[in-house]
Design a protein around this ligand. Structure first.
Ligand SMILES: Nc1ncnc2c1ncn2[C@@H]1O[C@H](COP(=O)(O)OP(=O)(O)OP(=O)(O)O)[C@@H](O)[C@H]1O
Ligand SMILES: [Mg+2]
Length: 232
């Protein structure tokens, strides 16, 4: 279980972006975080992984406080982060990117185990990451985070800038990881279809605060309830 309580964090002292966020994420569950540009979604993922400046609040992994630990420790403890954007080493091959993702982890997954989830990466294993399409680079970024064999994956807008058919494929891959491997996913997403497909619950963030919590099925059944928060 990943539990965040009263998290206040940002980048400059005295000017927090997050104004006290609470959330819980269990293994095998998907918690979507939605909200407009600048709401603080990426900052939330950075604060959980020790990349943003925490001013108050706690982050617990299976009941153990991790909020004072450095990022390297947090990631090794089983919280993988896929930052917004492509996030691969462009001059390294696909396989080299995957091996680096496992570096320093107690039980890394070998590339072969990741290829079963991401078959297109197996076909491209010896190519430089820079030569991959945007959607393939996104899959590589996710697979690289999974190489550390995390229990929780923090995903920052995985569907951003990739074509609709690949969003569909990504949804299927993530659903399989959650169902079969028991991964817990904190999914920052502006694509309502993808969030609706995967999320058990959805938090709406506005100005660094959680202003609404919706059960996952509401996203699909009553999209107007989330669309008004997103300005759609
Ligand atoms: N590295 C940084 N240094 C200073 N301020 C930052 C930094 N990153 C983000 N901010 C500020 O923090 C606020 C929240 O930004 P954040 O990136 O968390 O929003 P977001 O919800 O992820 O937005 P988007 O949907 O555009 O990705 C914004 O006002 C932004 O300008
Ligand atoms: Mg963001």
């Amino acid at each position: 279980m990943l539990e965040v309580r009263g998290l206040v964090a940002g980048y400059r002292p005295g000017a927090p972006v997050l104004a006290g966020v609470d959330l819980e994420l269990a293994s095998g569950r998907v918690l979507a975080v939605m909200g407009r540009n600048g709401a603080g979604k990426s900052t939330l993922l950075k604060a959980i992984t020790g990349l943003a400046r925490r001013e108050a609040g706690t982050v617990r992994l299976d009941g153990r406080g991790i909020e004072n630990r450095p990022t390297e420790w947090i990631v090794r403890a089983g919280i993988g982060l896929v930052p917004q954007g492509r996030g691969v080493f462009p001059g390294l091959t696909v396989e080299e990117n995957l091996r680096l993702g496992g570096l320093g982890h107690r039980r890394p997954l070998p590339p072969a185990a990741l290829y079963t989830r991401f078959p297109v990466l197996a076909e491209r294993r010896d190519r430089d990451a820079a030569s991959l399409s945007g959607g393939e680079q996104r899959q590589l970024a996710i697979a690289r985070a999974l190489a550390g064999n995390p229990r929780f994956l923090l995903l920052d807008e995985p569907s951003e800038g990739i074509q609709p058919s690949l969003v569909e494929e990504l949804g299927a891959t993530l659903a399989a990881l959650v169902a079969a491997d028991g991964l817990g996913v904190l999914l920052v997403e502006q694509n309502l279809d993808l969030a609706a497909r995967l999320a058990d619950e959805c938090l709406v963030l506005e100005d660094g605060r959680v202003v609404d919590r919706l059960p996952g099925p509401v996203l699909a059944d009553e999209p107007a309830r989330i669309e008004r928060h997103l300005g759609l």
